[in-house]
Design a protein around this ligand. Structure first.
Ligand SMILES: Cc1cc2nc3c(=O)[nH]c(=O)nc-3n(C[C@H](O)[C@H](O)[C@H](O)COP(=O)(O)OP(=O)(O)OC[C@H]3O[C@@H](n4cnc5c(N)ncnc54)[C@H](O)[C@@H]3O)c2cc1C
Ligand SMILES: *[C@@H]1O[C@H](CO)[C@@H](O)[C@H](O)[C@H]1NC(C)=O
Ligand SMILES: *[C@@H]1O[C@H](CO)[C@@H](O)[C@H](O)[C@H]1NC(C)=O
Ligand SMILES: *[C@@H]1O[C@H](CO)[C@@H](O)[C@H](O)[C@H]1NC(C)=O
Ligand SMILES: *[C@@H]1O[C@H](CO)[C@@H](O)[C@H](O)[C@H]1NC(C)=O
Ligand SMILES: *[C@@H]1O[C@H](CO)[C@@H](O)[C@H](O)[C@H]1NC(C)=O
Ligand SMILES: *[C@@H]1O[C@H](CO)[C@@H](O)[C@H](O)[C@H]1NC(C)=O
Ligand SMILES: *[C@@H]1O[C@H](CO)[C@@H](O)[C@H](O)[C@H]1NC(C)=O
Length: 520
């Protein structure tokens, strides 16, 4: 073996050598690194931005590939571009505008890498990775914190807490990124009091398609400000979010764990909680059904309970707490930062998720559970039941969630069209990576799509379907923007066209939900 290999090396080496170090051999001293042969990467090198590039051979390239939450999002782009400022990003966008786009390659933009696979990374092209723009600052003379897109929420919370004793309406899982979360809306522990995360954004700094840097707030580019609130990646790359702050108050937090065989009682308690939640805006309940396909009797319901004013005496959870628990739970005080740090889902699975919304209704929650079991059993016939995990969240969306959006200048989510208390249903699937993993994921994803379609049918049959498909949980096959209503679709189209008249993002950055694909 060894002998063969060295013989092969002997043949190849003379041919390989001249390419190893062309500058040295030709005696030319170059200031910039050699061209890569990849048009977007070369355009960035020519623009003097080589220091911000990671090429496949760079030491930090492979770790960055693995920093996406989903294993099936871990593509290897031709290069990563990692800007450190809006100015650097602006230069890059200008350079990318000058490249011929004739090849079949595209641009992706990433903040925290927790979005759906394929939305924030690209195999053929350049991925703009905002991970180095992860700071957050607060000036006590102002009512808002300035937060860069590439940070994780736990780092934002720790920084604002330790240095300023303030906090913001952001993610619950500490590993989620600022950028995608806020552009897609942002459901948080504070939604009852403040609305979605986007409703608390008082200003954005944005790099437009032509590289121009603009501010968008209630006074300046107000249409862009409004469109960015839940309108996704359709207008430009956000390089700073100015988010209204609150004084930090410790969160009252509990995780109640009950057997999945109590699902009927859980459904009742969830419906009651949702009905009462308009007057209890500081309380939030996140019911999570966690199935175990290897033992259908062994599933759990995890009921995350929080009060964002630190009220340990809240009576909102009495209904759920009356259900016999496997693990007793008590509300405990903890900082939002610690709660976010402690609630990080382990990355690295092959994942898919999808979402629907329906009227807050006992029968629908019960029947959805039965449909879920049916599909898990079906999937267990097709693949090893121990190779996948399946979970469903039933998140209350009472009608008052919409009011904050309206009060703060409006958002794109069309919540005002949801006229009854609703439940946002989100199913998430995770398949173990490995040699068979991708094939198993294709089967599991198909099951998830079929389940979602069947549940949608059921909600329509009952006359209790709600159009809303929340962008942050949507599968790539779904149409969240289209579900936000004709007015919002028209508005997003108008604003996208105004700030990007050539359709640069629409055509060159296909990731995420693009308004040009929504047919009205
Ligand atoms: C474990 C987990 C927990 C979650 N918990 C919640 C939750 O509690 N509440 C909730 O609402 N959602 C939640 N989500 C969903 C999450 O909010 C979305 O997946 C969100 O898109 C992630 O943001 P990101 O920056 O990490 O993602 P990325 O994958 O980096 O980006 C997602 C999308 O946004 C675009 N984008 C990112 N940054 C920018 C920018 N600066 N300018 C323009 N476009 C940009 C990307 O191109 C991509 O299309 C959760 C997701 C996971 C995986
Ligand atoms: C806040 O305002 C005061 C009074 O106007 C000023 O002295 C101080 O420098 C300001 N602080 C910051 C951080 O800008
Ligand atoms: C934050 O508040 C706590 C408790 O009131 C206090 O001990 C701490 O000094 C404050 N920190 C800052 C940076 O203001
Ligand atoms: C539900 O399951 C638990 C164990 O997970 C068991 O102790 C309990 O008896 C079961 N209850 C019913 C009603 O089946
Ligand atoms: C909720 O509050 C409103 C007024 O704020 C009141 O009219 C209503 O009766 C309350 N509902 C419940 C269930 O307490
Ligand atoms: C909660 O109840 C306890 C004891 O009943 C009391 O000491 C405490 O002040 C109450 N807390 C709040 C926030 O009402
Ligand atoms: C976050 O959680 C981890 C794991 O529990 C812990 O080791 C770490 O100290 C926490 N970070 C902070 C800043 O508290
Ligand atoms: C960049 O695009 C914006 C929005 O279309 C436009 O207002 C601005 O004039 C453009 N700037 C340049 C330099 O072309």
């Amino acid at each position: 073996m060894l002998k063969d290999r060295s013989a092969l090396m002997g043949v190849l080496l003379p041919f390989l050598l001249p390419f190893v170090s062309p500058n040295e051999l030709s005696g030319i001293q170059e200031q910039t690194p050699p061209l890569t042969g990849y048009p977007p990467c070369d355009a960035l090198i020519s623009a003097g931005l080589a220091d911000n590039l990671l090429l496949a051979s760079s030491e930090n390239y492979e770790p960055r590939v693995h920093s996406w939450f989903a294993a099936n999002a871990q593509y290897r782009p031709w290069c990563f571009f990692q800007p450190q400022s809006a100015q650097g990003l602006s230069l890059a966008i200008k350079a990318l505008n000058r490249v011929s786009f004739a090849g079949d390659w595209h641009i992706a933009v990433r903040s925290g890498g927790h979005g759906p696979p394929g939305s924030s990374n690209i195999a053929n092209g350049v991925t703009i990775d905002l991970g180095l723009m992860d700071g957050s600052t607060y000036n006590p003379n102002r009512s808002f914190a300035s937060v860069e897109p590439g940070g994780k929420w736990k780092d934002v919370y720790y920084n604002l807490l330790q240095h300023h004793n303030v906090t913001v309406t952001g993610g619950r899982d500490g590993g989620v990124g600022v950028g995608g979360f806020l552009l897609g809306g942002g459901n948080s522990y504070y939604t009852g009091r403040n609305g979605f995360g986007c409703d608390q954004v008082v200003g954005y700094q944005v790099v437009l398609a032509n590289g121009t840097i603009v501010e968008a707030n209630a006074e300046e580019n107000a249409d862009l400000w409004k469109a960015l609130k839940g309108g996704g990646f359709n207008f430009g790359i956000v390089t700073r979010f100015d988010i209204r702050t609150m004084p930090t108050v410790e969160l009252a937090y509990a995780q109640q764990i009950v057997s999945l065989n109590r699902s009927d009682r859980v459904a009742e308690a969830v419906v009651r909680f949702t009905e009462n939640s308009k007057n209890r805006t500081a309380d939030s309940l996140i019911p999570l059904y966690s199935y175990d396909a290897t033992d259908m009797e062994g599933g759990l319901v995890i009921l995350i309970q929080t009060n964002s004013l630190g009220d340990l005496n809240t009576t909102s959870f009495n209904g759920v707490n009356a259900i016999p628990s496997l693990v007793p739970s008590d509300l405990k005080l903890m900082s939002l930062a610690d709660a976010a740090n402690a609630s990080q889902v382990e990355p690295g699975g092959l994942v898919a998720s999808s979402t629907l919304t329906f009227v807050n209704d006992l029968e629908l929650i019960r029947q959805s559970h039965a449909i879920q079991i049916k599909h898990i059993m079906s999937l267990s016939q097709k693949m090893d039941p121990s190779s996948f995990k399946f979970q469903v969240f039933y998140q209350p969306i009472p009608t008052n969630f919409a009011e904050h959006g309206l009060r703060n200048g409006g958002n794109m989510m069309g919540l005002d069209r949801v006229t009854s208390d609703a439940i946002m249903w989100t199913a998430g699937m995770s398949v173990s990576p490995g040699p068979e993993g991708e094939a198993a994921l294709a089967i599991a994803h198909a099951q998830l799509a079929a389940l979602t379609a069947e549940l949608k049918e059921l909600t329509i049959e009952h006359g209790k379907d709600v159009e809303l498909i929340y962008m942050n949980y949507a599968d790539l096959s779904q149409n969240p923007l289209g579900s936000y209503g004709a007015d919002n679709v028209a508005f997003i189209k108008k604003v996208a066209n105004q700030y990007d008249p050539k359709g640069f993002w629409q055509q060159r950055a296909p990731g995420g939900f693009k308004i040009s694909r929504v047919v009205d």
